[in-house]
Design a protein around this ligand. Sequence first.
Ligand SMILES: [Fe+2]
Ligand SMILES: [Fe+2]
Length: 304
Amino acid sequence: MAISASRPEIRTSPSEDGVARRLLDSSARLSYDPLTEVDWETPLDTGYHGASPEWSTLYGTPYWDEMTDAQRKALTRQEAASVASTGIWFEMILQQMVLRDIYAKDPLSDSFQWALTEIADECRHSIMFARGAQKLGAPAYRPRRAAVELGRFFKTVAFGEAAYAAILVAEEVLDVMQRDWMRDERVVPFVRTINNIHVVEESRHMKFARDETRRHLARAGRVRRHIHSLLIAIASYVIVSSMVNRKVYANAGLDEERAIREAKANEHHKSMMRSSCAGLMEFLTSVGLLTKPALFFYQRANLI
Ligand SMILES: [Fe+2]
Ligand SMILES: [Fe+2]
């Protein structure tokens, strides 16, 4: 009591701590150590896909029809590795934003301790994704230079709902793909385990991100909400367009130029992205973040 009376400005609200408490309890009941849970020993079986083929950027194109089964599998393995590498990049950004957000907040609060738990999760995830990409026989895929620099800027300045909604977008986009991959028997078993671990632990992160977005927005004025809605949409566009690196095609033994051309025009893949983001767009609408200028970027990213 004496503590809260002497530093009232840093006490967290009861509702904020209610969510964090439940997340901490859930995390104590079910968390994974990828170092021991994932089968790192068995050599890669190239008879498997790396991702559900329907999620390939070339699925449904004339090029896909011409490819052999082995080429398709090689491609989805490179694509899965690229998504994992993009995941690492994003988790680097996210960990720094969360750490900045809780700097000097009350360490005794559940929300502070939950935030550190989330960072610990992401730290394990990034190592898991790195090892997974390596086992898939992929190089280190990095986003294009402009995306890396925009990310550097965003992680340094974004705060409140801008940070948490951008975190949510990245987590949601990964979540829908990974839910399909973890259940798919055509996908190589160790990748299914990786996706399963990520889906379980990220469901808690998404709950926190939604809650934080709502909480921060409740205190934000109209101008701030409009500026942030646009920032979040631009961040989403950069994240989504960085998912699959252009180099995956050549690394899968394909004609890079033709593959990029057909992937860009692939209506099947665009509709997969749109339908998987329906829930996310509903959330953004409900909290007032789907403004007209923001909508432009979500459409360009094929999220709506
Ligand atoms: Fe993660
Ligand atoms: Fe996360």
